[in-house]
Design a protein around this ligand. Structure first.
Ligand code: CA
Length: 736
């Protein structure tokens, strides 16, 4: 046993003592729950020790990031630089979806567990794909409007015979892993009038399930809750931003946080700081690390007039896993002004840095700097820039704070800023090869023209609007800002980068014509796997970035691949289907080569590959991108401009900038006569609620929908001559 293994055994003995203490206090409720779920549990028998020892059974993928360290680096090597040329499709499963699939499947003892859209859960045989059970939590479809970023789910946790997942409408549900029957369900949401959603995978450790939520764009207060894995009882809750100062603070950490906020009404906006993706458990230190999101609203002068760091926005916060008590924090973006969440996947590692053995925490958040922290105390060891950044020049290693570029501020006028709100890196997982000191990161460069609202520039005032996004930016006018300033727009790019996070050197980079590409898996076989927006699932040489193998799925991908091995056969698996947080950008203005989502249908599938696999996919269906002739309405340019602003406030987050959809949600320019006739039935009466298009009658009047409708028709008329969808040849040759 290595010294580290010995430490882990000691730690786990400590954990067991903790569990015993806990169960004594909760005997009654636990007995009741156990009686209710008295079935034989034999499937999904993962526990803390199995995850800690995950490298002893590399054929399984036991936790979200494979291990508690969440490096997403697999020791498997049957598929390697030499053999990968023989990789082929073993089987696939049609999911019957056309929205984004983002899940990381869990594979244990021959079974695979994963989620689909609307928080549906599936259990399949990991060798044959045969479906064992599925579970639909029946998310009310009007919840689709409450989700900033599609009706997605990033996966389940499997633990001691149970499958845990969060539903879009905020429930945490425990299922029997063998049967798919519900064991318990709790409501994790503290205020159902606010637009909270849950899309992240819960993490499970030490007999607790940890879950956060999203919704900062709409104005919510972020928090994370730990529940007892057996009973669903709440164990602790940690708020990431302070609440109403007239009420007692929940903890000393809240008192400390409140000192960094100014103004008199930040709590009415919610404050933000949602933990919608990364919650990592550290068995060595019995800590939980939270990746905390952006502020509500985005702009700091509105959120906290007069300044302040606004803890714990855009921070990594370490808590005691048993009590939820604060240990330390590191704030990546003090006084966040740009939607620079620090919710991106966190990886843990033990490394020697500058001659010192360290327990480190690694994260590449939206703001463009790759952070290496000592996770015993949160001290900053490195902050190297991994993408184009214009908001800050560098991170001052003395103070640990970024040095903002004042010339690029949008406090007084509109300004293109890199990264934009989709970040230099979003939730699409990176993979870390600790031995090589390399992180393989899906990097993106997509600037936004940030501008405060005209109302703010003129009066300094801002009013929260319940039931819609509250960003503090001039979002309605963004089309005008965008077009007026297009000459200064930095070029949109996407990369897969091999990045040395200790030196800041880029080892290699593969460039893509679009930025919203998929998560990454690296393996001991010397390969880096990624699915991209062009629909290609590819394996790259980890040393050079050379494409060694690829497969055309004809569907844009976001989900991270995983790998597992059963009966001596290694498999690689990925879910297809795009969408997620980037419905707003819509179709790229430069359409060559086209994303797959604009050429083919956005077919959701689970694909599983093995060496010698010879299955093939059905021929893809080409999209009809014809814009029908329009019956234009007689309406003044002024009215149509009003429609443009309302469209961008209410419709563009899903249907796309300047009414050009990216292919996931309906392109309104292509509406048929039926949709035109029923426009108000759809927008105001909720005729398409079943698809997630709920009524906007709480926010829009019939006069307003009339000008929106006129704007959409005018845009369709303008674009009728534009033949998008003709770039297939260029798309297919891109990776060759
Ligand atoms: Ca956000």
């Amino acid at each position: 046993m290595t010294f580290r293994g010995f430490l882990m055994v000691l730690t786990s003995v400590g954990l067991m003592a903790g569990i015993a203490g806990c169960s004594q206090e909760q005997t009654t409720t636990q007995d009741a729950a156990q009686a209710a779920a008295s079935e034989e549990l034999s499937v999904g028998m993962i526990d803390d020790q199995r995850i800690i020892d995950a490298d002893d059974e590399p054929g399984n993928w036991l936790a979200y990031g494979r291990t508690y360290e969440e490096q997403r680096f697999s020791p498997l090597q049957q598929i390697n630089k030499t053999s990968v040329k023989d990789l082929g499709l073993a089987w696939y499963k049609d999911m019957g979806t056309n929205r984004a699939l983002e899940a990381t499947p869990i594979v244990v003892d021959g079974m695979m567990f994963f989620t689909s859209t609307w928080s549906r859960v599936y259990a399949v045989d990991a060798v044959t794909g045969e479906e064992k059970w599925s579970y639909d939590p029946q998310v009310p479809r009007e919840w689709g409007r409450r989700a900033c970023c599609d009706v997605v789910n990033r996966g389940v946790a499997v633990y001691k015979g149970h499958v845990y997942f969060g539903s879009l409408d905020g429930r945490l549900i425990s299922l029997n892993a063998q049967t798919g029957e519900k064991v318990w369900e709790v409501d994790t949401i503290i205020d159902r009038d606010r637009f909270y959603t849950v899309t992240g995978a819960p993490r499970v450790a030490n007999d607790k399930v940890f879950i956060g939520n999203g919704g900062a764009e709409f104005g919510v207060r972020g928090y994370v809750t730990a529940y007892d894995a057996q009973t669903g009882d709440e164990v602790w809750r940690f708020f990431t931003v302070p609440g109403d100062p007239a009420q007692p603070a929940e903890s000393d950490a809240q008192v400390m946080a409140a000192e960094t906020w100014k103004g008199t009404n930040y709590w009415e906006y919610g404050g933000g700081g949602t933990v919608w993706n990364s919650i990592v458990y550290d068995p060595d230190l019995n800590s939980v690390y939270l990746g905390v999101g952006n502020g509500s609203p985005w702009t700091r002068e509105l959120r906290s007039p007069g300044g302040g760091d606004n803890l714990f926005l855009s921070s990594i916060v370490a808590l005691d896993a048993d009590s939820g008590e604060y240990k330390w924090h590191y704030q990546t973006t003090p006084g966040d002004n740009w939607d620079y969440t620090a919710v991106q996947d966190i990886a843990l590692a033990d490394m020697t840095i500058d001659g010192v053995d360290r327990k480190v925490l690694l994260q590449a958040p939206k703001n463009g700097f790759f952070y290496v922290l000592d996770r015993t105390d949160g001290s900053l060891l490195r902050a190297n820039q991994f993408a184009a950044v214009t908001w800050a020049s560098h991170v001052d290693m003395e103070t640990g704070r970024p040095v903002e570029v004042a010339a690029n501020s949008f406090d007084e006028q509109a300004q293109w800023v890199l990264p934009g709100p989709l970040g230099a890196h979003n939730w699409q997982a990176m993979s870390v090869d600790v031995e090589a000191g390399i992180a393989y990161i899906p990097v993106q460069e997509n600037a936004l023209i940030y501008a405060m609202s005209d109302e703010y520039y003129e009066t300094g005032l801002y009013k929260r609007h319940p039931g819609r996004m509250n960003l503090g930016l001039e979002f309605g006018r963004i089309a005008q800002l965008f077009i007026d300033n297009i000459a200064e727009q930095p070029k949109v790019k996407g990369y897969l980068k091999a990045f040395n996070f200790l030196t800041g050197e880029e080892k290699w980079a593969v460039e893509f014509p679009h930025f919203w590409n998929g998560g990454v898996l690296a393996t001991e076989g010397g390969l880096v796997f990624q699915g991209n927006v062009l629909g290609m699932f590819a394996a790259y040489d980890a040393s050079t970035g050379e494409v060694l193998w690829d497969f055309n799925t004809y569907v844009s991908m976001l989900a991270p691949p995983i790998t597992y091995q059963i009966d001596g056969v290694q498999y690689v698996s990925i879910l297809t289907g795009t969408g997620g947080g980037d419905l707003f950008s819509g179709a790229p203005l430069d359409p060559v080569p086209n994303p797959a989502s604009l050429t083919y249908s956005n077919t959701g599938r689970l694909l599983v590959f093995k060496l010698g696999g010879d299955e093939s996919l059905p021929s893809p269906t080409l999209r009809d991108m014809t814009i029908p002739e329009q019956q234009l309405v007689a309406m003044s340019d002024e009215k149509i401009a009003e429609g443009e602003i309302l469209y961008h406030d209410f419709c563009a987050p899903c249907h796309g900038l300047i009414a050009r959809s990216g292919g996931v949600i309906a392109d309104l320019r292509m509406m048929g006569s039926g949709s035109h006739e029923n426009f108000n039935a759809i927008v105001l009466e909720g005729a398409l609620t079943a698809n997630g298009m709920a009524s906007f009658a709480d926010s829009l009047t019939a006069d307003e929908t009339a000008v929106i409708h006129a704007y959409v028709k005018a845009r369709a008329h303008e674009d009728r001559q534009v033949a998008i969808g003709q770039a297939e040849a260029a798309r297919l040759t891109w990776l060759k």
